[in-house]
Design a protein around this ligand. Structure first.
Ligand SMILES: *[C@@H]1O[C@H](CO)[C@@H](O)[C@H](O)[C@H]1NC(C)=O
Ligand SMILES: *[C@@H]1O[C@H](CO)[C@@H](O)[C@H](O)[C@H]1NC(C)=O
Ligand SMILES: *[C@@H]1O[C@H](CO)[C@@H](O)[C@H](O)[C@H]1NC(C)=O
Ligand SMILES: *[C@@H]1O[C@H](CO)[C@@H](O)[C@H](O)[C@H]1NC(C)=O
Ligand SMILES: *[C@@H]1O[C@H](CO)[C@@H](O)[C@H](O)[C@H]1NC(C)=O
Ligand SMILES: *[C@@H]1O[C@H](CO)[C@@H](O)[C@H](O)[C@H]1NC(C)=O
Length: 387
């Protein structure tokens, strides 16, 4: 028994000694390898440094890349390109476009030379039939206006580079009169125009519209106006209140319900509300079906609901309903005369910035393409245009 204990003790002492020796060996090996490794690293760095210096001195073989190729790391963004894109940007979805257009700067002072512009937004099917008159109208006023065209999606003709309409077509979709697709087109125009921060007034025009004054007069009238021009009134008849649908309540109540001419002029603040509206639009889209026409009710109701004090409630675009029927009068070549034009230009009374004015309309519509010739002939006397 005792012998066994001694043997075991002996064994354990020997084992401990062996383990100690073993440990020592491992540590020595590790220390050796570590010092070798650091030597290799130090040597590597040393050589690398030398080679680098050597290479750097040989610029002939390893030239520095030219400065222009390193612009990615030091690129200055031209603010003017960002805030006033010259080309139409092609957004894949209205959702993206409207979201971007709804952004509002919080710093009111502009960090660049800011010229206030009027956005002229044309809703047309194809080529503008009265384009030559408009070309004359815009000539010489570059920088004070922006043009946007919403056409049929299949229309792809591009006006020549010399035209003010060159590359002003926005990505368009099919439009049906009186339907939501008409409002979509108007919002698409507004959103594109809002991307240019210099645009402060937004006018919607049709392909049968003509200007009634020269550019300077129209620009000043709009830019200086405190109020927007959205036709809006409460029509108690069945063609007004009768088109209200009770299911629109409570988002839209009968007392909110308005009617008005589709051809609007609005301030930037209102334009932002129109592209940002996610409340009234779906309600109208669901419940304003024939004989309710969205283009006659949506905008007047929206504007009256959100900014009643910012609207003059009158349209800036004249149209003749005096002959009755469901369509306004269409003017032909024989109707156009200086006397007729001046009757539209000065023949009405209205308020403008709190005062009385006899200039109530800046545009007129339903002019047949064949009115172009007499209109061009009258342009010099009426607007001071060069014929
Ligand atoms: C960026 O480029 C400009 C001019 O090209 C230069 O003055 C400036 O020092 C560069 N900045 C940096 C961080 O490289
Ligand atoms: C803005 O324009 C005016 C006159 O056109 C010019 O004197 C001024 O230096 C411009 N300012 C900036 C920041 O470009
Ligand atoms: C336009 O209509 C709104 C709502 O009915 C009203 O609050 C506003 O005063 C009107 N504007 C003018 C200029 O009469
Ligand atoms: C406009 O007002 C003037 C003077 O206040 C008046 O003579 C004229 O008849 C009015 N015109 C219309 C179309 O009401
Ligand atoms: C229009 O706005 C200007 C400047 O903001 C102000 O002086 C003028 O009184 C306003 N006019 C009306 C009719 O509100
Ligand atoms: C523009 O029309 C106004 C009248 O509306 C006139 O006083 C002005 O002289 C015209 N401008 C030009 C350049 O003909």
């Amino acid at each position: 028994m005792c012998k066994v204990t001694v043997m075991v003790k002996d064994l354990s002492i020997r084992m401990k000694r062996e383990v100690r020796e073993w440990n020592l060996q491992i540590i020595t090996t590790i220390v050796f390898f570590l010092s070798m490794a650091s030597l290799v690293i130090v040597l590597g760095l040393f050589i690398n440094n030398h080679v680098k210096k050597f290479l750097a001195s040989e610029e002939l073989y390893f030239p520095e890349p030219p400065a222009s190729s390193s612009v990615c790391s030091n690129r200055s963004i031209n603010l003017e390109d960002f805030i006033a894109p010259k080309d139409m940007l092609h957004w894949t979805s209205d959702k993206e476009l409207f979201w971007l257009a709804s952004m509002v700067p919080r710093i009111s002072e502009f960090p660049y030379n800011h010229t206030r512009k009027v956005a002229f937004m044309f809703l047309c099917r194809g080529r503008l039939p009265l384009a030559p008159l408009w070309e004359m109208f815009f000539k010489g006023h570059e920088g004070l206006y922006s043009i946007y065209l919403h056409t049929s999606p299949e229309f792809s003709e591009e006006p020549p580079e010399s035209s003010v309409f060159h590359k002003r077509r926005i990505p368009s979709k099919a439009v049906q009169w009186g339907k939501a697709s008409m409002i979509d087109a108007e919002r698409r125009l507004l959103a594109n125009a809002l991307l240019d921060f210099s645009n402060e007034r937004f006018v919607l025009l049709s392909e049968t519209c003509i200007p009634l004054f020269n550019f300077t007069t129209i620009y000043n009238y709009l830019i200086q106006s405190n109020l927007s021009f959205v036709g809006s009134f409460d029509d108690p008849r069945h063609i007004g209140r009768g088109r209200y649908n009770k299911r629109m309540f409570p988002t839209v109540s009968l007392s909110d319900w308005r009617k008005g001419n589709q051809w609007f002029e609005i301030h930037r603040k209102i334009a932002i509300e129109v592209v940002s509206d996610v409340k009234l639009y779906p309600v109208f889209n669901h419940h304003c079906k024939a004989p309710c026409y969205m283009d006659e009710h949506y905008l007047p109701t929206l504007v009256t609901k959100i900014y009643p004090a910012m609207n003059s409630n009158r349209s800036i675009t004249w149209v003749d309903w005096s002959r009755g029927g469901s369509h306004p009068t269409k003017f032909l070549r024989k109707d156009v005369s200086e006397e007729f034009m001046n009757r539209i230009r000065y023949g009405f009374n209205c308020t403008y910035n709190g005062g009385l004015s006899n200039v109530c309309f800046l545009f007129a519509r339903k002019f047949h393409p064949n009115t172009l010739e007499p209109l061009l002939r009258l342009a010099a006397t009426l607007f001071g245009f060069d014929p």
